[in-house]
Design a protein around this ligand. Structure first.
Ligand SMILES: C[S@@+](CC[C@H](N)C(=O)[O-])C[C@H]1O[C@@H](n2cnc3c(N)ncnc32)[C@H](O)[C@@H]1O
Length: 224
């Protein structure tokens, strides 16, 4: 698929140029500052649902980048697999975090998970789907459901569409954020058979460009 090829090409280029810039908006940050952003985002993103990060859990991170968050998650769970469309990101993640034995990284095709059915307790994704062409995101919803064990959780972030948020960039643009309607996201998750847990929202962005970032939590029904 040409859209997937473009995502790969674009994100590989960003990884070669300066991954920290495109991952967390850091232009000249030190390694220590970059790492601190990973530690902070883990604590914010999993705030109130820390029980999902326990020793016996197998976890998947969609759009792992160079493992910014995974570094702080792997020590808390049984296994963690980071999947990314960019082989360059994956290569850098492997090199940075080679000291964490339960953490591995795989390159994906940009809309599916190269992982077996019923193999994970938690699938999560942070600041990734917002960059992905809208029509491809629901494929990841279905893939998360397939890969999760019954009772497993899918936790992900998306920016909320508001009165002043821009309409979608063309699909060839793999960076500009796309904003989503809560009802649309929740309807898609329910249609697939997920059970919804309470959503969280936080105001983020620059002054004058504030928007709500949503955290969705969907559970694969245990009765399957
Ligand atoms: C802004 S970075 C966030 C990385 C990581 N989640 C974090 O918070 O540090 C977005 C990442 O998503 C990856 N990505 C973009 N589109 C993707 C897709 N369709 N499938 C998987 N990964 C994708 C990029 O290569 C990049 O590593």
């Amino acid at each position: 698929m040409s859209d997937v090829v473009d995502m790969k090409g674009d994100w590989n280029r960003r990884a070669r140029e300066r991954p920290e810039k495109y991952i967390a908006g850091f232009h000249d940050a030190s390694e220590a500052e970059f790492r601190e952003s990973g530690r902070r985002d883990v604590s914010i993103f999993f705030g109130g649902i820390e029980q999902l990060l326990s020793e016996g859990r197998d976890v998947v991170d969609i759009g792992c980048g160079i493992g910014r968050m995974d570094e702080f998650l792997a020590p808390r769970v049984r296994s963690l697999i980071g999947v990314d469309v960019s082989g360059e990101m994956v290569a850098r993640a492997r090199e940075r975090l080679a000291h964490l034995p339960n953490l591995s990284f795989v390159e994906g095709d940009g809309s599916s998970l190269p992982l077996p059915d019923d193999s994970a307790d938690l699938v999560f994704s942070h600041v990734v789907f917002q960059h992905v062409p809208r029509r491809l995101v629901p494929r990841y919803f279905a893939e998360a459901l397939r890969v999760l064990r019954p009772g497993g959780s899918f936790v992900f972030q998306l920016p909320q569409r508001g009165a002043r948020t821009p309409s979608d960039a063309p699909d060839r643009d793999t960076y500009t954020m796309r904003f989503w309607d809560i009802d649309d996201v929740e309807a898609r998750l329910r249609e697939l058979g997920f059970e919804l847990r309470p959503r969280e929202s936080a105001e983020v962005g620059l002054p004058g460009e504030r928007f709500l970032s949503l955290r969705f939590h969907a559970v694969k029904s245990a009765a399957r």
